[in-house]
Design a protein around this ligand. Sequence first.
Ligand code: F6P
Ligand code: MG
Length: 522
Amino acid sequence: MAETTPASNGTVNVIKGDSAVAHAKGSPGTYSAPSRVTLHLEHLPSKNIKAPWPRTPSRVDPNNPPWPAYRGYHEYSFAHATMGVRLPTILGKAIDDTSRTLNEQSNEDKIVDLVQCLERMDLLMADLSGNAKLRPIIDDGEGDVALWNKEIAKYFQGKDFMNAPWLFAEAYKYRRLHECFSVSRYWKDYDVFYRQKCDTFARSADAVFELSMRFAEPFKQSENISEKEKAETERLMFLELTQVCLWGNSTDLSLLINMTEDQIKSLQSTGGEHLAATEKNILGNHMNQLWETVKVLPEKTGGRIDFVLDNAGFELYCDFVYADFLIQSGLAKQIRFHGKRYPWFVSDVTRNDWSWLLNTMVYGHLFPKASEAERESLRRLGARWKQYENDGRWTYEQHPFWCTGYTFWDLHSEAPDLFLHLSHSDLVFFKGDLNHRKLTYDCAAPASIPFDVAIGPMASAAGAPKVCSLRTIKSDVVVGLGDDGDAIAEKLDQEEPGWKISGKYAVVLLSEGRPGEKVRFA
Ligand code: F6P
Ligand code: MG
């Protein structure tokens, strides 16, 4: 797994591996320790970008975002490091995982079928390492094939992994990885990242129990306090749990798989003091506006809140803690969670990850060192959350659009059914870095650009719901930092190179939505 580590000289060290290429050439075995190269993050300055930027809306398309696109051929960029190093390394680990599964099989038909999956993965590795042109996706019956091939045919004919926009090329790699299995007979739903996802939750014991011991007992206001005090308690709890949900995003596997247990612990500290300190790292902070939006939901519409999920395991657990509070407090009546149909960007939530988390909390033996009280608190939480699912207060959904290369600027046009569905929501949270990249077209927009402008039709199209991005910053695009945003970004570029990929900083950004024009169905 590639790592990025801030260095002291204004650059960031990227760990670079060449064993992936060796595998593509047919060498078996696991992936060895990579060597270091130096990464400059300021390759595409987003300040002082003069006309023709931003492109006028009619000139914007997937190959031409409003501001300059990040592309893999920008040497020394995070896009380049990801396309050239991180993705082959992630694929190499996926091959190792599949080989491990192969070695555990006894049925010949299944073995032969899985060997063919491995051969397809080797071809993908050769394409990735050899910077092949992007070919259409094979029709494997998935609901997204037409969307993928339309986008490739319209915008990316003749493009390769390095000269297509980074966002599209990276998503395409995960779609091709899925195809290695989806065309098989027995392994259609195999998840090469499943072991890693489960393992990281198992290694998050401290933070898991810190939260379960505190929240197993349902949220209830004390009887003896005034209405004003009750409102204040609710507000403070909301703000605290918004941060728990936000920082749950900092431990994503595609970047942090080599972390020690202590490093995971420090990223996952959830205590009040810790959160007060981390609030200063929220560079664009609309938490107060968010509270103003949420607090009136009960009397307005009854409160439907949607979560476009990001990562499984600990992050999903934090999302659940937050969603539980929203239900317990009466701020929301219904929560809809949107996950992925198949393994995506390593750690993203699938239906399987969703069920695994709830069931392992109730029945699992994951934490042998925990006390009985701790285990009981986890069981209680898990049982309550399963009950929400059973009575329809929580639902899991997985629209095919979430696993395409389209950004959310195209959500209303390429997935109108989904857009309409979201337009019925009072508030849609988008979790994590990739969702933020997709909201903002993943381009070099100035940091001072308001969030409403950066997300285009997701804020301006008729019926657009209120959108809140809860994102720890783990890649180049940064918007919504206010009028001084460009200066703030410039200062950080100079003083803390690597600030855009470290996960130390975050944004909580809220759009206005177009509620006046919302189409509401009974
Ligand atoms: O490979 C880079 C990336 O796509 C970035 O968006 C981010 O660093 C990571 O992968 C995914 O992060 P998240 O799980 O928060 O979307
Ligand atoms: Mg993710």
